[in-house]
Ligand binder design. Structure first.
Ligand SMILES: [Fe+2]
Length: 265
């Protein structure tokens, strides 16, 4: 992002990136309230795998009126109807950044939730389906549902958290300062070159990802800084553009999740 573009925005609040919370946001509330006592009001972006037990805005009702909360979904947010509906049917359904660029506390933030799944698309291999709609049409053609599609099947729900080419391609035409993803870029052994390509196309200065349960500030690549945010970790993008770790991830000491846990099919 050019200096000229940066000067158009006044960065008003630290941006806290919250790594996979997996059913518990108590640590986020606690750290947020501590910051408030110190006179700082961070804005929040959750990086997926929230697995909420109730509507997401209700999970955070203690702080929902005093900050701005955004999110992307992770692969585990479609494991159950409850987890998915807690995001998709909550008052914050329109705070999902997946496929969009939004202005958040003076920064343009692009979001790509979910994961690549080879039954849909595992770049650089050609996609099996270009869009969710194409996947679903094929599914209904091969196996008409008993209820005529009025209620989603497990597969239909699972692919709400799959990255489809049409969403990715749309983001490739945008510009942003920050990219938040569930999947990692290729600087992680389980990452994807397609995320690198998206970051370059967007022109971002920061990529922050979840999914792999390890807080990691990667060696800088040109003008872009990549940061992994650990399991229940919190990383702050400060108003002066520095990065600080507010809370380490629970599994940082053991290198994040194991290979089996990364599996998303
Ligand atoms: Fe996770």
């Amino acid at each position: 992002m050019s200096k000229h573009k940066k000067q158009q925005h006044v960065i008003t609040h630290p941006l806290w990136l919250c790594g996979d919370t997996h059913g518990c946001v108590d640590h986020v509330v606690e750290h947020f309230l501590n910051a408030r006592r110190d006179g700082v009001t961070p804005h929040l972006v959750f990086l997926g795998d929230m697995e909420c037990a109730q509507a997401f805005d209700l999970e955070l009702q203690e702080i929902r009126e005093i900050t701005d909360v955004w999110f992307i979904h992770g692969n585990h947010d479609t494991d159950t109807s409850q987890a998915w509906n807690a995001l998709a049917s909550s008052a914050w359904a329109d705070k999902n950044l997946h496929g969009y660029v939004k202005e958040i506390s003076g920064r343009s933030v692009a979001g790509l939730g979910g994961v690549f799944r080879s039954s849909i698309w595992a770049p650089p291999a050609p996609p099996v389906f270009a869009s969710y709609q194409a996947f679903r049409r094929d599914l209904l053609t091969r196996r008409p549902p008993k209820d005529w599609g009025l209620k989603e099947t497990k597969k239909e729900r699972q692919h709400f958290s799959t990255i489809f080419p049409d969403i990715y391609s749309r983001l490739m035409t945008c510009r942003a300062q920050v990219l938040v993803t569930h999947e990692a870029p290729s600087c992680h052994a389980y990452g994807w070159q397609a995320i690198d390509n998206l970051a370059v196309s967007l022109g971002v200065s920061y990529v922050l990802h979840g999914h792999l349960h390890e807080t990691r500030i990667y060696p800088r690549q040109g003008t872009c800084q990549v940061v992994g945010v650990g399991y229940r970790g919190i990383v702050s993008l400060e108003t002066d553009d520095s990065i600080s770790v507010i809370r380490a991830g629970d599994y940082d000491a053991t290198g994040g999740l194991n290979e089996q846990e990364v599996e998303s099919e």
